[in-house]
Design a protein around this ligand. Structure first.
Ligand code: PLP
Length: 366
């Protein structure tokens, strides 16, 4: 929290129009266009919603195949499963939880429609390789950029490279509104339809701009847009964007510096940022040598009053999806599911507390 959230919520209430696509929604859209350079964006109620919009926009039909990493959140998959897609899970790199760009091509079949990339921990996937594979096979690329605000691939903001991108403002992310998200549209073929799907399948936005004289039901859609109260909260965060981001990046750097000697211990990994990528201070993790060591580290930290948590379980092994993937072996994904642990990283984290966390981690390994 930055302290300005209640001020803007109060103002949204005073303005008297708190449904979607109001004053603060426009302010947020303008911020993203002017400050980050997104060409077209729409706030949504969640990143999950933005991914569902993406699945509708790229025309996913029952039986289509969609390639994505197994090491991700369920929403990445569910949005496409809801349209009838079959998910083809890909492995991570051995030294980076992101999708291994080198294994994508062999997973493509005549039924493949799209590749969904997830910039894990806000670190870019290998987008040149992925866009090249997608272009050669005529596939759509959707960036699940839930964790990737303010992060870059070779100087390009993440979320501007695929055909569509989805961001999250869930309270666990860098910039928050409780629940919240955003669809970014990079391909102008989707502009008009995105706005219609967003507004329950109506051309209400065009009506309010005076482009049509009545609004009607013109397509499928849902209520994907957030209330202006949510947008007001988000705007308070956006006004403090640099402040939040510099603090989070500093905390990330401090962990990286403070723990860098651990990478000389056998089988312990720290985050690796490829040359083409940046770190946006979203999350800092360690990869332990096995699940037993990770459990021991988590309970050692807990005894010191520090709450550290693991992250995704492999989606290809989840109870809901295992039948379709029972014979797939994705060993790097399984390694991150078993061995990765996240250290506390949030805007209000005090420097003295971070020093204690670093000490506690080092004591464990010593
Ligand atoms: C947080 C997250 C989501 C879901 O975001 P919501 O805004 O909670 O719907 C999806 N994908 C990834 C990779 C995430 O980290």
């Amino acid at each position: 929290m930055t302290g300005d959230e209640l001020y803007y919520i109060k103002d949204a209430v005073a303005k008297g129009k708190i449904s979607g696509n109001g004053y603060y929604t426009q302010k947020c859209h303008n911020f993203f266009k002017e400050t980050i350079g997104f060409r077209n964006c729409l706030l949504t109620s969640s990143c999950t919603d933005a991914l569902e919009m993406a699945a509708i926009l790229i025309g996913i039909q029952p039986g289509d195949e969609v390639i994505m990493p197994s090491f991700t959140f369920v929403s990445t998959a569910n949005a496409f499963v809801l349209r009838g897609a079959k998910i083809i899970f890909a492995d991570s790199y051995s030294n980076n939880p992101n999708i291994d760009a080198g294994v994508i091509e062999e997973l493509i079949t005549p039924k493949t429609k799209a590749i969904i990339v997830v910039h894990y921990a806000g670190v870019a996937c290998d987008m040149d390789t992925i866009m090249d594979v997608a272009n050669r096979h005529n596939l759509f690329v959707v960036e699940d950029a839930a964790q990737a605000i303010d992060s870059y691939y070779n100087g390009k903001p993440l979320g501007t490279i695929g055909h569509l991108a989805a961001f999250s403002f869930h309270e666990t992310k860098n910039i928050i509104s409780g629940e919240g998200g955003m669809l970014v549209v990079n391909d102008d073929r989707f502009d008009q339809r995105a706005e219609i799907i967003w507004e329950k399948g109506t051309n209400r936005s065009a009506f309010f701009r005076g482009e049509v004289d009545k609004y009607s039901w013109v397509d499928v859609g849902s209520s994907f847009l957030p209330s202006d109260v949510t947008a007001a909260f988000l705007f308070a965060q956006l006004e403090n964007f640099q402040k939040i981001q510099s603090r989070r990046k500093l905390l990330w750097q401090t962990y990286n510096e403070g723990l860098k000697d651990l990478q000389h211990i056998d089988d312990i990994e720290l985050p690796k940022i490829p040359d083409y990528a940046t770190a946006n201070g979203h999350l800092f993790y360690l990869v332990c040598k096995n699940i037993e060591q990770r459990s021991a580290l988590i309970s050692h930290l807990k005894d010191d009053g520090i709450y550290a948590v693991f992250h995704y379980l492999s989606l290809h092994k989840s109870p809901f999806y295992i039948a379709d993937n029972s014979n797939r072996l994705l060993k790097n994904c399984d390694k991150y599911a078993d061995c990765l642990v996240r250290l506390p990283l949030f805007y209000e984290l005090h420097t003295q507390d971070q020093v204690k966390i670093i000490e506690s981690v080092k004591t464990f390994f010593e």
